[in-house]
Ligand binder design. Structure first.
Ligand SMILES: Cc1cc2nc3c(=O)[nH]c(=O)nc-3n(C[C@H](O)[C@H](O)[C@H](O)COP(=O)(O)OP(=O)(O)OC[C@H]3O[C@@H](n4cnc5c(N)ncnc54)[C@H](O)[C@@H]3O)c2cc1C
Length: 380
């Protein structure tokens, strides 16, 4: 299925593209990556454009856009700078969507305008050392005490924590009954007393980084509960499916960038007296990469459109995440091969795509887990 964009959506895309060309140079991306520095300057400029509020309710300073606008924004940002698009994905998922959908009137009024303006940034903590793919097995406890909940336990792989003011934390408030019951989400200040963190060294995702968190008697006011006590799991499902759209759109943009670099290199590099693009082994590889990028795009638009029409299913989200993330991994790998030895050096960006694409098939539900979801919907 191809997608017909509205004139407004086409204009939105071309405006973002122009912004990226002007504000995000290749050298800037390399510098942030090398120095493991979050792209704060550009993030603030995105806020000034109003794009951090692309999906936030209009009454709280947002643009009230749908999933398609989010997909367009993240695809274009992902093309220019993947970690920047991941920062924005967190803003729109844990801010515009999660707080916009499930926040109380007070939470929305207090937090959303500041998230949209870039004043407050948000991350998300679900994964624990003993609860990865089995995410509902979380044990970080939240115990009610007067007007507060007291949090104790550990989280692992909270990405973007070092640049975040707020962390949406999934906790265990009850252990009786099924593990999907008894989960409650909180909006926690990242500078709360008793909340310690330490960075985790990883293969990529360097500008935003990821972290291990230790909660020791962290006191969170009841007014910072997001949603209903013990009933947080279904809400998390909504956020995680939205996350699949965002991450897939961003990685589809990144895959397109890896493809463009590979094509340009193949047309320029000469061996045996001709551009290597003239060798069928190379051109076929590029043709396969082009095909994967286009299929990823179609799946992103299909899922965004279904979300906007209220007909998206869990299977749709899993198929999108599985395909787009596996495709980026393959495109990055094949592109690196097109560049030969130069692809393996730090001088070219293919090595970054190669490293970054590896996370896609692990984070936010591994490819195995997406396959499990798809198989289950097939009655297997
Ligand atoms: C860089 C990075 C950033 C991240 N950012 C965040 C974040 O911001 N917030 C957050 O909450 N989490 C985050 N994560 C966590 C991520 O979502 C988990 O790593 C992921 O869900 C897998 O969990 P795990 O690492 O514990 O692997 P495990 O669950 O231990 O899986 C190990 C292997 O076993 C396979 N496996 C497990 N169960 C099954 C099964 N039932 N069927 C088939 N195969 C199975 C998996 O596919 C995988 O290959 C991040 C992770 C990384 C690496």
């Amino acid at each position: 299925m191809d997608h017909e964009f509205t004139p407004e959506q086409e204009l939105f895309r071309s405006t973002i593209r122009e912004f990226c060309e002007k504000e995000i140079s290749r050298e800037y991306v390399r510098e942030c990556d090398r120095e493991r520095r979050a792209p704060r300057e550009v993030y603030d400029k995105l806020a000034a454009q109003g794009w951090l509020g692309v999906n936030a309710p209009e009454e709280h300073g947002g643009a009230g856009g749908g999933a398609m606008e989010v997909a367009i924004l993240l695809e274009e940002l992902g093309k220019a700078f993947l970690d920047l698009s991941f920062w924005v994905f967190r803003t729109v998922t844990w801010g515009g969507l999660a707080i916009g959908r499930d926040g109380t009137a007070e939470q929305k009024a207090e937090l959303l305008p500041r998230i949209v303006s870039g004043d407050l940034t948000v991350c998300f903590s679900l994964t624990e050392p003993d609860a990865g793919s089995d995410a509902a097995a979380i044990t970080l406890s939240a115990v009610e005490e007067g007007d507060e909940f007291v949090l104790n336990g550990q989280k692992v792989f909270t990405s973007g924590f070092k640049v975040s003011d707020l962390d949406i934390v999934a906790t265990r408030t009850s252990s009786s009954g099924a593990k999907h019951h008894g989960i409650t989400n909180f909006i926690v200040d990242t500078d709360s007393a008793g909340l310690e963190w330490q960075p985790i060294e990883t293969l990529g995702h360097w500008p935003l980084g990821t972290a291990m968190l230790y909660f020791t008697d962290v006191r969170v006011p009841k007014s910072r509960m997001l949603g209903t006590v013990d009933e947080g799991w279904p809400d998390l499902g909504v956020y995680l499916r939205y996350e699949r759209l965002c991450l897939s759109a961003a990685r589809t943009g990144a895959a397109a960038a890896a493809l463009a670099d590979s094509v340009a290199y193949a047309q320029e590099r000469e061996q045996f007296g001709r551009p290597i693009s003239k060798f069928q082994a190379v051109s076929h590889r590029l043709a396969d990469m082009q095909t994967m990028v286009e299929i990823s795009q179609m799946l992103v638009y299909r899922y965004a459109s279904r979300l906007d029409r209220g007909v998206a299913t869990t299977r749709d989200a899993a198929i999108l995440k599985l395909y787009a993330c596996e495709a980026y991994k393959q495109v990055a790998d094949m592109g690196l091969q097109v560049l030969g030895g130069y692809g393996y050096t730090m001088e070219y960006d293919l090595q970054r795509h190669f490293r970054e694409s590896r996370l896609g098939v692990i984070g936010a539900g591994t490819s195995d887990i997406q396959r499990n979801i798809i198989a289950k919907t097939m009655g297997l």
